[in-house]
Each structure stands twice: as structure tokens, then as C-alpha cells.
Design a binder for this molecule. Structure first.
Ligand code: BMP
Length: 210
């Protein structure tokens, strides 16, 4: 059974981040890298970790099409297999990412996991934009399984990746039942005393038979 866990590697010490990545890679499907690590380690960390596991760059890209293009070129040249972008700048900004390399994964944020994280997000319109531009998948919150269920109805068989399990209080079983394909777990793995054991535990809890 393939792992359905994505590690959110927000560890800011580059050496420790690499250690965690090496230990955890066999137990996760992908590793998601966000600004906290890239800002301390530099973009080269994406290349290093891509040698261990596919990397999604969670830069929540949200700019004009030309800037989105420049960011995506840097991310894909570094070796990332995918990128996360916001929907609110509109479909032209998202298309600019697709145009850089159509073979890469593009995930669109639909609504966010923190308290009041849904306040400014239009679930229906953002799901429709994700479908229109041919996204690989969408990001929807494990902290609100009812939103995942709604997103699942709207996006058909696009991938749903769900942050918020563990430290933010989301539950992997409920997230699975609501319709997510992958859970994204950060602190619950990289801050644990035994990150590989924690990754394996989340992976077993979130088991989907292939
Ligand atoms: P943690 O499991 O430590 O809470 O980490 C969750 C990760 O998912 C973080 O990298 C965060 O930036 C990201 N994330 C989130 O928590 N909620 C969202 O709505 C979207 C995210 O990308």
C-alpha cells in the first residue's frame, strides 16, 4: 500500500531538515517545502530533497502571470515535482504556471485550515477555476471535513491534499472519510521524537487500498 502522507517539512535548520527527510522519505508519498525552510537553506534544498522524494513547493504563488511564471521556472528548475498556488489572482495567473511545464503538478488552495481560514475563500469559484485550468489537485482543510466533502463534490476526481492533521487538530480518519486523497502532516512528524515512526503511523491510519 503506497503512503498517502505528505510531509510538511517546516523545520528551519537545514541540516536537521535533511536528516528528517532522509529518515521519513520511505514512509511518505511526497515532501512539501514551504518558505520557512527555503528562506534559511536556499532553493538548493529543493534539489537535495528531490533526490530522496518528490517535492512540492508550497510557495502559495499569488501574483501576476509573469511573476508566477518566473517563480515556477525557478521551482521546476530546482527539481520540484509540483507547486501550490492561490486561486484568487484568477485563471490567467494559474495558466501561467501550467504553461511553464504542463507535466508538473499544480495544486490550487481552495480554503485554509486555520481558525477563520475560510473567511475570504470562495469554495465554488475556486474549485471551478481549478477544473478550468487543469490543475492536478486542490488543497482543502483537514480541520473542516465538511469543506473537504463539499470540495470533493465540486472537483470530481482531482486530487485533494489536506493539511491540518495533528498539530492543528484534524483527524486522519475523518479526513479520509470526507474524501481527501492525501494528508499533509508537519509538526506531528518532524517535531516527533521519532519522525519515521510517526510518518509510518500516519500512513497506516490514512491507508487507502490501491
Ligand atoms: P502542521 O502539520 O505543522 O500544522 O503543518 C501544516 C502545513 O500545511 C504547513 O506547511 C502549512 O503552511 C500548510 N498549510 C496549512 O496548514 N493549512 C492550509 O490551509 C494550507 C497549507 O498549505
Amino acid at each position: 500500500m503506497a503512503s498517502r502522507v505528505v510531509l510538511a517539512l517546516d523545520e528551519t535548520d537545514p541540516a536537521r531538515a535533511l536528516d528528517v527527510a532522509r529518515e521519513v522519505a520511505p514512509f511518505v508519498a511526497k515532501i512539501k517545502i514551504n518558505y520557512p525552510l527555503v528562506l534559511t537553506a536556499g532553493i538548493n534544498i529543493v534539489t537535495e530533497i528531490s533526490k530522496l522524494c518528490p517535492v512540492i513547493c508550497d510557495f502559495k504563488v499569488a501574483d501576476i502571470p509573469n511573476t508566477n511564471r518566473l517563480i515556477s521556472e525557478a521551482v521546476f528548475n530546482a527539481g520540484a515535482s509540483g507547486i501550490i498556488a492561490h486561486a484568487f489572482p484568477g485563471s490567467e495567473s494559474l495558466k501561467a504556471i501550467k504553461d511553464v511545464d504542463n507535466s508538473k503538478d499544480l495544486y490550487v488552495v481552495i480554503t485554509m485550515s486555520h481558525p477563520k481560514g475560510g473567511e475570504f475563500f470562495d469554495i465554488e469559484r475556486f474549485c471551478s477555476i481549478a477544473l478550468e485550468i487543469g490543475a492536478t489537485g486542490v488543497v482543502a482543510p483537514a480541520t473542516r471535513p465538511e469543506d473537504i466533502a463539499k470540495v470533493r463534490e465540486l472537483v470530481g476526481n482531482l486530487e485533494i491534499i489536506s493539511p491540518g492533521v495533528g498539530a492543528q487538530g484534524g483527524n486522519s480518519q475523518e479526513t479520509l472519510r470526507a474524501g481527501a486523497d492525501f494528508i499533509i502532516v508537519g509538526r506531528g512528524i518532524y517535531l516527533s521524537d521519532n519522525p519515521s515512526e510517526a510518518a509510518e503511523k500516519y500512513s497506516l491510519e490514512f491507508g487507502i487500498d490501491d
